[in-house]
Design a protein around this ligand. Structure first.
Ligand code: S3P
Length: 171
C-alpha cells in the first residue's frame, strides 16, 4: 500500500523542502514543512525564534508541531534537520510511515548551505565545522528512524524524487 505519509529527514542542505514539494505533487499528497508551520503558528521566522527564545524554545515548538502533524494523512512532510535530537521526537517519527533519510555528503551539504543567512546554527565563524559536528551527532538518529535511505549526491531533486517513487509501494 502507498505510505500514509512520507516524512523526509536529514541534515540542513539535503534538499528536504525542494524534494518534498516535488514528491507531494507527483503523489497527489499535501505538503508540509515543519519550519514553515512553526513560523506560521508563531508569526515570526526561525531566526527570530532562536534569537528570542533560544534553541530550547524552538525545539519545544518543533516538538508540538510534530505531535500535531502525526495525525495527518496523505502528506509529505519536510522536517528540520535537528528534529531527531529529541528522543520523544524519534519515537513519533519511527512510528510514522514512511520515513526517508535524504543522505548527502559533507561536501555537498557545505556547498548547498554556503551562502545561507537564514539558518541560525550556521551563522558561526566556522559553518563547515558546525555541519561536520552536527552530522556526526545526528547521522545515527537519521539511520535509526529511516525506513529508506536515499543518496542525493550528484542527483537533481527530480531524479531523487524518481528514486523515492521507485522505493515506496505505489498502490
Ligand atoms: C535546524 C535545521 C533547520 C531549522 C533550524 C534548525 C537544525 O531546518 O529547523 O534552523 O538544527 O539542523 P532545515 O534542515 O530545513 O534547514
Amino acid at each position: 500500500m502507498k505510505p500514509r505519509n512520507i516524512i523526509l529527514v536529514g541534515p540542513m542542505g539535503a534538499g528536504k523542502s525542494t524534494i518534498g514539494r516535488l514528491l507531494a505533487a507527483k503523489l497527489g499528497y499535501g505538503f508540509l514543512d515543519t519550519d514553515h508551520v512553526i513560523e506560521e503558528k508563531t508569526g515570526a521566522d526561525i531566526a527570530w525564534i532562536f534569537d528570542v527564545e533560544g534553541e530550547e524554545g524552538f525545539r519545544a515548538r518543533e516538538h508540538q508541531v510534530l505531535q500535531e502533524l502525526s495525525g495527518e494523512a496523505h502528506v509529505v512532510v519536510a522536517t528540520g534537520g535537528g528534529i531527531v535530537i529529541r528522543s520523544d521526537n524519534r519515537s513519533i517519527l519511527a512510528a510514522l510511515d514512511a520515513v526517508i533519510y535524504l543522505r548527502a555528503s559533507v561536501g555537498q551539504l557545505i556547498e548547498r548551505t554556503a551562502r545561507d543567512k537564514k539558518r541560525p546554527l550556521l551563522q558561526v565563524e566556522d559553518p563547515k565545522a558546525k555541519i561536520i559536528s552536527l552530522l556526526a551527532e545526528r547521522k545515527p538518529y537519521y539511520e535509526e528512524i529511516a525506513d529508506f535511505i536515499v543518496d542525493t549526491d550528484g542527483h537533481s531533486p527530480r531524479a531523487t524524487v524518481q528514486q523515492i517513487l521507485q522505493l515506496i509501494p505505489s498502490n
